[in-house]
Ligand binder design. Structure first.
Ligand code: ZN
Length: 314
């Protein structure tokens, strides 16, 4: 009876996992329909997908912007859609919107430039991008913040490189057949560099233990830092910056700007840092792993331990 129950349960678990996977694929395909519609006008799907993903990332983290349900996240604020001086935001006439300098367009030809219609939203954004010399210029004009522009450019690059929206895989940062141990060290005191809070989790392991990319991402930093020693910064499609410190060395040939897959080797555990370039051995070898999230206004650190536990067991 017990065995039967266990088998049934594991079947149900498998079935629901398979179902969740199928739902996710359906959702991603549904999104892709909106993103690909302007390709022939010279706006690649991964530009629109990257903007939409950025908006999806920031909405749960912000009080001052609308949280959108449904498959698509992009919302164009009313002032931008209608133009700041437009007298009547119930009037969806594309002519008046254009007259008042709004960017809202009637992309699907139903006579209305509707800020709640996904075809009109994505068509308007595609036109907006096309009205600038480059995607980057358009992003600067729209977001007016260089970190947001850089984050969206990274998402676009990742989508383009892997030619898919499905970049959700995460892996544990240490190769799991090596010995290691960690516990939550979030918020503790630091040993060096004055009164700073410990913004990360220390994973203790021997010198040379392989360190892996936890996510699909772009190498944003790869250099010496007096606190972190040989350190790597990796940015993903979720507005998260993954910080690896105290490495003994980087993977040979890896450089800033490179794109990596979850599970790719990026370096080796060491004890570098707490001094000028090349300083090592001031503490036992470990990987310091930090996670920072950006809400489109600022970026802050959060405790990586729950993520590490999840990735470790998957
Ligand atoms: Zn640490």
């Amino acid at each position: 009876m017990k065995t039967f129950l266990a088998a049934t349960l594991s079947f149900l678990l498998f079935y629901s996992t398979a179902l969740a996977e199928e739902n996710r694929q359906t959702l991603l395909n549904e999104r892709l329909i909106y993103y690909t519609a302007y390709h022939h006008q010279g706006v690649p799907w991964y530009y629109l997908a990257a903007i939409d993903q950025f908006e999806r990332n920031i909405q749960p983290l912000r009080q001052d912007i609308e949280k959108k349900d449904g498959p698509l996240a992009l919302t164009i604020p009313a002032d931008r859609w209608f133009g700041p001086l437009h007298p009547d935001q119930s009037n969806l006439s594309p002519y008046f919107i254009g007259f008042f300098g709004g960017i809202g367009q009637d992309a699907n030809g139903d006579g209305k430039a509707d800020p709640n219609d996904p075809e009109d939203i994505f068509g308007s954004m595609a036109d907006y991008i096309n009205s600038y010399g480059s995607f980057k210029d358009a992003l600067h004009a729209y977001y007016e913040r260089k970190e947001s522009v850089s984050q969206i450019m990274t998402i676009a690059e990742l989508y383009q490189q892997f030619n898919t929206l499905d970049l959700y895989t995460h892996v544990f940062p240490l190769q799991k057949d090596y010995l290691y141990s960690y516990r939550s060290t979030w918020g503790g005191k630091r040993g060096w560099g004055g009164r700073r809070m410990h913004e990360g989790t220390d994973l203790f392991a021997g010198y040379g233990t392989p360190v892996l990319a936890t996510t699909y991402g772009k190498i944003e930093a790869l250099e010496w830092n007096d606190y972190g020693g040989w350190r790597v910064g990796l940015r993903d499609i979720h507005n998260v910056y993954h910080y690896y410190a105290h490495l003994s060395s980087f993977k040979e040939g890896l450089k800033q700007g490179d794109i990596v897959k979850a599970g790719d080797l990026i370096g080796y555990v060491g004890s570098s840092g707490y001094g000028k370039e090349g300083t090592s051995g001031k503490f036992p070898p470990h990987l310091h792993y930090g996670m920072y999230i950006d809400n489109g206004k600022n970026q802050w650190a959060y405790d990586p331990t729950p993520s590490l536990r999840k990735w470790e067991s998957s």
